[in-house]
Design a protein around this ligand. Sequence first.
Ligand code: AMP
Length: 188
Amino acid sequence: MRNLVLFGPPGAGKGTQSEFLVNHYNLVHLSTGDVFRYNIKSGTELGHLAQSYMDQGKLVPDEVTISMLKAEVEKHSEAEGFIFDGFPRTTAQAEALDAFLMSRGHSIESMLSLEVEESELKKRLLARSVTSGRADDADEAVIQNRINVYHAETAPVADFYKALGKFKSIDGLGSVEEITTRLVQAIG
Ligand code: AMP
């Protein structure tokens, strides 16, 4: 099984790159943000809970996010592997993912971290809001909050994978194809 974590701040290109990688490696794309948005659209209790956090650019609590993630993994018992996009976003999530995969006899192969500077992230998110229809992409204060939360709570997750020798840094600036090529080289 090949399990990859695609990491990076909001707007780094995780979703865009996942589209190519899932086809290339025959993996299941698991984006926690997408699952939350689907639940909001479907009007579920989980969606209702997640929305208040997402609207403010805050993280949905770990307990809720971790149990949702486990349920999503369990839905794909035939999967050859996963690309985790937007998860783990806290060290507690990383530890829970590790323990969960280990209990199933699996592990994370590597964390691929897309590096993009802050001014570029803001430009990309505002541009994306036109087509994504996402309220959290259209509001500059919410974008700033998401970036701040990334630095405070999510960036430390890289240390977790560095300690395991699984962290790979990828330059996230350039054309979509250039970045894909860097990712494929890094995955090996
Ligand atoms: P994304 O689609 O990855 O940009 O995520 C959109 C929003 O969903 C985030 O700003 C959070 O509010 C929420 N979210 C997504 N993934 C997670 C996660 N792993 N932990 C907590 N909240 C999350």
